[in-house]
Write a protein that binds this ligand. Structure first.
Ligand code: NAD
Length: 284
């Protein structure tokens, strides 16, 4: 078994971003800027936002935190997005999801300028990913591809099974594997025989949110196993969707949780913000 170390790969991505950001900030007299909006007091979301601010500092970006109370109205949030769309110091805008129930998430995402949509959730960016002509990729699937590449694994012609079909992970993940000529199967909560669908996968990506759902009997000998899941086990310890202890001896490559996909998601957000900044100045 080869462990794919997400922390190491993420550090390399961030290091490259920092180098570019330093050089370009000197050229243009302004740093790349990321605005993060957090509405309400969900503790997990608060941690994610804090981490994003920390990552910005690490790579030499400006960060703008907008922490709003749970009582924020749709109109107030829309006004903030409009203001950030117009702000020249802001190159990327991210609205931390989920939003409180009374807010219309889709309307907010649609209001973000697609050029600043560093999550790649805007329908224009989603459509561009579909046709393979994009500026940004959603951070988690992009991070997974980066991990696969870092291990020197070619996707072309391989049987790839993605478990999960969410708009932010499963669906774009399947699309990216398809772009690299994988033969892709997408499984979900209505899939009849999950084990059968997983068993012949050369590359297995689990993005479900169910602790230790994927066991060794569902994995092909030597397969590449990428675990996107972030769950708590019976002892409250962070764990993935893959039963790491049993699968690690059967897999050819495997990502751990923590220390696998998570750090990559964060690193790819920095990369996307740099891309948005470069495009704002007309460079690739
Ligand atoms: P989601 O709840 O939106 O989607 C889960 C998907 O799993 C659905 O498409 C559903 O059909 C499928 N599913 C549910 N039960 C299933 C079953 N028994 N068999 C097969 N499929 C089943 O979740 P999401 O936002 O896509 O996130 C998935 C997991 O990835 C979560 O644990 C989340 O915390 C984690 N995540 C991690 C990162 C990261 O950076 N590491 C980023 C995003 C999400």
């Amino acid at each position: 078994m080869n462990l794919i170390n997400g922390k190491e790969v993420a550090a390399k991505v961030k290091n490259d971003v920092r180098g570019d950001a330093e050089y370009l900030s000197d050229c243009f007299g302004v740093k790349p800027g990321l605005a993060v909006i957090l509405v309400g007091d969900d503790p997990a979301s608060a941690v994610y936002v804090k981490n994003k601010t920390k990552d910005c500092a690490e790579v030499g970006f400006e960060s703008f935190e907008h922490i709003l109370p749970a009582s924020t109205t749709q109109e107030e949030l829309m006004a903030l997005v409009k203001q950030l769309n117009a702000d020249k110091k802001v190159h990327g805008i991210l609205c931390q999801l989920p939003l409180p129930k009374h807010l219309n998430e889709r309307e907010i995402i649609n209001a973000i300028d697609p050029k600043k949509d560093v999550d790649a959730f805007h329908p224009e960016n989603v459509g561009r990913i579909m046709i393979g002509d994009y500026d940004f990729l959603p951070c988690t699937p992009a991070g997974v591809m980066e991990l696969i590449h870092s291990a020197g694994i070619s996707v072309s012609g391989k049987k790839c099974t993605v478990i999960g079909r969410s708009n932010i992970v499963g669906k774009p993940m399947a699309m990216l594997l398809l772009h690299e000529n994988g033969t892709v199967t997408v499984c979900h909560s209505k899939t009849r025989n999950l084990a059968e669908e997983c068993k012949d996968a050369d590359i297995l990506v689990a993005a479900v949110g169910r602790a230790k759902l994927i066991t060794a009997d569902m994995v092909k000998e030597g397969a590449v196993v990428i675990d996107v899941g972030m769950n708590r086990d019976e002892n409250g310890k962070l764990c993935g969707d893959v039963d790491f202890e049993s699968v690690k001896d059967k897999a050819g490559f495997i990502t751990p949780v923590p220390g696998g996909v998570g750090p990559m998601t964060r690193a790819m957000l920095m990369k996307n913000t740099l891309t948005a900044y470069k495009k704002a100045f007309g460079i690739r």
